[in-house]
Design a protein around this ligand. Sequence first.
Ligand code: NI
Length: 165
Amino acid sequence: MAPDPRLKAKTRPVEPKDRETVRDLVPRMLATMYAAPGIGLAAPQVALDLRFAVIDLQPDEKPAPITLINPRVEQRSLEEATREEGCLSLPGHYADVTRPEKVVVSYEDLEGKRQMIEAEGLLATCLQHEIDHLDGILFVDHLSALKRNMILRKMVKEKRLRKIG
Ligand code: NI
């Protein structure tokens, strides 16, 4: 959880030799994400220094997980959209974040095949939020310093309380 410095570090690319590890980790990450509940979870959030994340928007209320290995934003629209975001690493905190409305993201799947997603709406937000995590960026980093510090100060205070309680 923030302010854990591991959330601010850039991850290293998943190489072929890491693929087995990632395959083993994905079910646990999905379980953590569904239990939260959340729609995305990136490796740094579970203290892993690898460039991958899982997402599931559960369209039609059915599980439809996607594992994004070495994802990259290939294209961003000039139009922006503002959406309220939260994060499993900043529990209980929400804020409006403005990002490109549409993105094209490329990634490798669990078999190592390069895939492309064209996304808009919630999926576009979720993809950008998770890819940010892999670069050590939290949604609060998109806010004004004033708003960001307000949330981070509360996180530090809550952490102290957790230690006491
Ligand atoms: Ni997050």
